[in-house]
Write a protein that binds this ligand. Structure first.
Ligand SMILES: NC(=O)c1ccc[n+]([C@@H]2O[C@H](COP(=O)([O-])OP(=O)(O)OC[C@H]3O[C@@H](n4cnc5c(N)ncnc54)[C@H](OP(=O)(O)O)[C@@H]3O)[C@@H](O)[C@H]2O)c1
Length: 297
């Protein structure tokens, strides 16, 4: 895998996709559990995204569970040839909505088949293995056993490419000794920068970095410096936050989530927003933001 010369696109596992994608998690009900209040609105968001050129959608069968994938299928199937749907396995939902590990061989195989069935696909383009040693952040522990299962599913042709989520540099190194890894999906945004060094290292290896919570997650980013930059530019703060990510490194792919077409339009505007150097430098210097705690992984 390599980066393209155009900053708009990235070649992920041999498929060219736009760096500005869409994250479908917000399409399930409150707490990513159960159906959304307005299924028609969720379908409208997905159709608007694809009609606007988005060809990279992030999902999982544990959103809902099943709900988000079923909505994607209803909204977009038969899928456009250039659309890549990236999913993740490794977790399951409790009856109360809890996020629980699901990393046994049987659970992983079941999750791949569930994703295939609910999305209506014969092959999953990219499957991220979601580490669950600590559901709330990367924590050390070997991923060898679940990755061996995923690599076998890849050999069977059910999975084309493999990525990782919620992982440490040591886990990425371990995984790359077992199979090719095309993307890493960890928590990162303009105010949450734990992975700064990792992003650059992955860039040198041609591996995509896909920040989750690019807008802060369940409580959108609250930073005076971001708001000041947005005011100076006359642009919505979330659009500026996404433009900062797109500028931060060419191996970053963004998957902002929204359940509203108007927010989607704002977010897609980030592709055409070039941050002046002085504003980018001011945002680089954000060291503190007020963020309400997230309620999920
Ligand atoms: N691998 C993992 O463990 C993991 C964890 C979390 C998420 N993810 C993936 O990452 C994707 C993105 O994360 P996310 O959706 O949780 O968080 P996010 O993209 O950081 O933020 C979503 C939140 O921001 C709001 N929002 C979106 N656009 C906005 C705008 N223009 N102005 C104001 N508010 C706006 C949304 O509310 P509205 O609906 O009202 O717009 C929603 O509350 C998910 O969809 C999922 O696919 C992966």
């Amino acid at each position: 895998m390599r980066q393209t010369s155009q900053t708009r696109d990235f070649v992920l596992g041999g498929r060219r996709i736009r760096r500005l994608g869409y994250g479908a998690m917000q399409l399930a009900g409150p707490g990513v559990f159960g159906p959304p209040k307005d299924r028609g609105a969720a379908i409208a968001v997905l159709r608007h995204a694809v009609a606007s050129g988005v060809n990279h959608i992030d999902t999982s069968d544990f959103y809902g569970p099943h709900v988000t994938n079923e909505i994607i299928r209803e909204a977009l199937s038969p899928y456009p040839d250039d659309l890549i749907i990236i999913t993740k396995i490794g977790a399951r939902r409790g009856s109360d909505g809890a996020w629980l590990p699901a990393l046994s061989a049987a659970e992983l195989k079941g999750a791949v088949h569930d994703n295939l069935r609910h999305l209506g696909l014969d092959t999953l383009e990219v499957v991220n293995l979601r580490a669950m040693f600590d559901p709330h952040g990367p924590a050390e522990g070997s991923l060898e056993a679940p990755l061996a299962v995923l690599a076998e599913l890849q050999r069977q042709g059910l999975v084309r490419q493999i990525g990782l989520s919620n992982v440490t540099p040591a886990q990425i190194a371990e995984a790359r000794r077992i199979c090719d890894i095309v993307c890493i999906q960890n928590h990162y945004n303009v105010v949450h920068r734990t992975d700064d060094a990792l992003i650059d290292e992955l860039g040198r290896a041609g591996i995509a970095y896909v920040p989750f919570f690019p807008l802060g997650g369940f409580a959108p980013l609250q930073s005076q410096r971001l708001f000041d930059a947005a005011q100076q530019l006359g642009k919505p703060p979330m659009q500026v936050a996404l433009a900062w990510l797109l500028r931060r490194a060419s191996n970053i792919l963004v998957i902002p989530g929204t359940s509203s077409v108007s927010h989607l339009k704002e977010n897609l505007g980030a592709a055409n927003l070039t941050l002046p150097d002085e504003i980018a430098v001011a945002l680089d210097g954000i060291t503190h933001a007020v963020i309400k705690p997230s309620t999920t992984i």
